[in-house]
Design a protein around this ligand. Sequence first.
Ligand SMILES: Cc1cc2nc3c(=O)[nH]c(=O)nc-3n(C[C@H](O)[C@H](O)[C@H](O)COP(=O)(O)OP(=O)(O)OC[C@H]3O[C@@H](n4cnc5c(N)ncnc54)[C@H](O)[C@@H]3O)c2cc1C
Length: 392
Amino acid sequence: MSRIEPSYEVVVVGARAAGAATAYLLARHGLRVLLVDRGRYGTDTLSTHALMRGGVLQLTRWGLLDEIIAAGTPAVRRTTFRYADDLVPITLKESHGVEALYAPRRTILDPILVDAAAAAGADVRFGIALTGVARDRHGTVTGITGRARDGETVRVAARIVVGADGIRSTVAEAVDAPYERVGRSVAAVTYGYWTGLETDGYEWNFRPDAASGVVPTNAGQACVFASASPRRIGRGGLGPLTRIVAETPGDLTTRLAAAGPPAALRTFTGRPGYMRRAWGNGWALVGDAGYYKDPLGAHGLTDALRDAELLARGIVAVLRDGAGERDALSGYQAIRDALSTALFDVTDVIAGHRWTDAEIPGLLLQLNTSMADELETLAALPPLPALLHVPC
Ligand SMILES: Cc1cc2nc3c(=O)[nH]c(=O)nc-3n(C[C@H](O)[C@H](O)[C@H](O)COP(=O)(O)OP(=O)(O)OC[C@H]3O[C@@H](n4cnc5c(N)ncnc54)[C@H](O)[C@@H]3O)c2cc1C
């Protein structure tokens, strides 16, 4: 069986940070948008979820931060770095309206973005897995082919298809988006949620081949992670995590012992970072589909929210303002790359876990400098239009 859906101006594949945010912004500009995902609404995913300033700025600018706070996400006003001999506490100062950081669980962040997309007028369908893209005789992408849960084939025509379908992006494979930069490092991470852990903010602890951290989140829980070479993490779990935490500086081991441990831990075995070409005729990539770096830099979500807006602005310029597709989408990629390349490279070095105690503070400083550039660029973007569609 095969069914043909009405056509859309944009189909976005992947309904989490990058895709739901892109669909929200496009719908907010009055475009006809379909957002599809093969998964289920509101589910968790393999990811810790510390937002950096740029991510919080985006949620604030889009009018969604209040919902994150209302969901009980604690404000993070302090970040503490620990190296071999140093403890560096940093109290967050207000900048561009960002007074605190937040680390909402993905079961909170992603549905808020999906709901915002729907409220702005996007059609949202879960349970549709993209299987391929349709092309015209010139090779321009003209829509998608997918499979619904009932096995039915779904075809949707679209002027532009956006791949926001994560690190194993089917869209990126279908359009054969070339890799333009590939990292050399692979780190693994294992993490879980402790209840009642004593902490006063984000914590990042670094020793060679042993990094750990704390990310306070919803429901009185704190996400605790350990990152190291895949050989050290192995299949992950409490054993590797507590061994690595014990090697990192600070008293986290003692505090973990006094807190409620997780029922289960999750483990990511790692993969090298990459930057793929982000656009072509009739298609674009956003979020991890086009640009992925190791989670130890805690920047994937912030970049996904950043690039959702950069891409949405490019697509609006094409479909509403008559800009050339090549100019607008290559412009999107140019800004993405300008803001990302230094961050990508330093994250790759940090994820390599081959630095010394003396080198890691300088590497983290480089990471911080890249984030500052990103923040300035986002803060300088013109305001978005008011929500056009009011749901009944
Ligand atoms: C262990 C770990 C820890 C992390 N910690 C942090 C952190 O602390 N801070 C941070 O900022 N970032 C972190 N990241 C990175 C962050 O998780 C990603 O950058 C972010 O999830 C990217 O969002 P996305 O929307 O691009 O993709 P995803 O969140 O991967 O969403 C992709 C969506 O596409 C859907 N999809 C996939 N294929 C198809 C298909 N064929 N058809 C339809 N739908 C499809 C999936 O179901 C999924 O819902 C971490 C990542 C990992 C792995």
